[in-house]
Ligand binder design. Structure first.
Ligand code: ZN
Length: 452
């Protein structure tokens, strides 16, 4: 079958390129209001493209940009139901002057395709849709039932889709959820993603007076909010690098030996830590890099602002100081619960008389896929056939908030796949992909469907 697929791709190369480049031309930047029309035009293009693949497709309106919904359920109710998720929106393009060719005019150089969204996620969701076109044209239909949920706000928080999940629950129902928005392990090695950490973010502010104070006049009298913040933040950790917040680890189970074996990648982590110039390591004592990075929750202080930090000196006791905190969570932790525990901990330690405000944002729970689900096996095997290399099973230390919620709404096993590489400059100027990887993606999706 693989030969027939490769032949089809060869015969249809011009058409695939034309469609892909058309898709890349929409300025579907979801975070900037002035592009709303372009975002919608892009969504409509995706609807038409799915229809050209034999799918019933339409826009689903949300509180934000529309979701593109597509389905082909003609395989019959005795066949599995696969839901495929991706996004048609992209990141902003600034700084524009660093692009070597216009971000929305796909340009080929040195065998690469340069454009915003070339990989993330237009390129990747495009090959998944194109795989449907190929299967239909070669077999007259799909081997299993397939639904597409392609959103337009992944790069700006997925709020529209998150709000729409409850009312979409019925149509979302599926056996498996394939998220096509990930990287391969490296150029030669395929990977499937089996989980990501959750996230919870919060801001803390301390206010000590009506306005900034002269440190000569008020020094020694007023409790300095910066000092209080430093003390508060330091108290968040114990001397073993563990988070000292009461109940922070509630529900967290110890990583199993199998998880450590399956997902451990200390050498890679050490390499990219060294590449980033990291010499000081701040993880929990007694944990491997992989455990600390993938299997354990963390609390990070992302920013501190208060008082004067410009050139020269200003001898001031700031009126107010602010810190931004975030947690990466693991299965078993509830984001809201963790947020409230941190808030309670900080409030309990705030100096008497100082005003403390803690704002919690909407969090997202971690998710972990079933290592041996049908989908994990099918996509793993398909990518091995395509790449002729054993497929790696990986976890992401980062968070893909909507994906876990989507899998729960669909009641589906979840797997992430993709042929992106860390060197593709996604979210940065000169983002690029290439046709060999687009073809691998197309083949993997098509073969995965057959195996399922
Ligand atoms: Zn993406």
């Amino acid at each position: 079958m693989m030969d027939a697929y490769r032949r089809w791709i060869g015969e249809n190369r011009d058409c695939i390129r034309k469609d892909y480049f058309e898709f890349l031309a929409f300025q579907s930047i979801s975070s900037e209001l002035q592009y709303a029309k372009q975002v919608r035009a892009c969504a409509k293009w995706v609807v038409l493209y799915l229809q050209s693949c034999g799918f019933g497709a339409e826009l689903v309106e949300t509180s934000g940009h529309p979701v593109v919904w597509g389905e082909d359920l003609s395989a019959g109710s005795d066949r599995p139901m696969l839901l495929i998720y991706g996004h048609y929106d992209v990141q902003p393009v600034d700084p524009l002057e660093l692009w070597k060719s216009p971000p929305f005019e796909a340009t080929e150089r040195d065998g690469k395709v340069f454009a915003r969204g070339a990989v993330d996620d237009k390129g990747q969701i495009f090959y998944a849709m194109c795989a449907m076109k190929m299967l239909r044209s070669l077999h007259g239909g799909l081997p299993i039932n397939v639904k597409f949920c392609i959103e337009g706000e992944e790069e700006s928080g997925s709020e529209g889709l998150a709000d729409a999940l409850p009312r979409m629950q019925k149509r979302l129902r599926a056996d498996s959820l394939l998220v096509v928005d990930y990287d391969s392990y490296d150029e030669k090695t395929p990977a499937i993603n089996l989980g990501a950490r959750g996230i919870m973010t919060l801001s803390v502010s301390l206010t000590g007076s009506n306005g900034d104070l002269h440190s000569g006049i008020y020094g020694g009298i007023a409790y300095n909010p910066n000092r209080a913040m430093a003390e508060l933040l330091a108290s968040l950790y114990d001397c073993e690098g563990r988070v000292a917040v009461d109940g922070f680890y509630d529900g967290v189970r110890e990583p199993t030996a199998e998880e450590i074996r399956s997902f451990g990648r200390d050498e890679d982590i050490l390499r990219y830590a060294k590449e980033a110039g990291i010499e000081a390591f701040g993880g929990e004592k007694g944990r491997s890099l992989s455990e600390a990075n993938l299997l354990r929750p963390v609390l990070e202080i992302n920013g501190i602002a208060g008082g004067y930090a410009g050139s020269g000196f200003k001898t001031v006791i700031p009126a107010k100081t602010v810190a931004k905190l975030s947690c990466r969570l693991v299965p078993g932790q509830d984001p809201d619960d963790v947020g409230h525990k941190i808030a309670r901990f900080l409030k309990g330690r705030c100096p008497r008389g100082m005003k403390i405000d803690v704002d919690l944002n909407r969090g997202a729970a971690a998710y972990r896929a079933n290592l041996s689900s049908r989908l994990a096996q099918a996509i793993g095997l398909a990518s091995e056939e395509v790449m002729r290399r054993p497929c790696k099973r990986v976890l992401s230390g980062a968070s893909v908030p909507i994906v876990g919620a989507l899998a729960r709404a669909a009641g589906a096993d979840i797997v992430g796949m993709g042929y992106g590489l860390v060197t593709d400059l996604i979210h940065a100027p000169n983002e690029h992909f290439d046709f060999p990887r687009l073809e691998r993606g197309l083949l993997t999706v098509a073969r995965g469907l057959e195996l399922l």
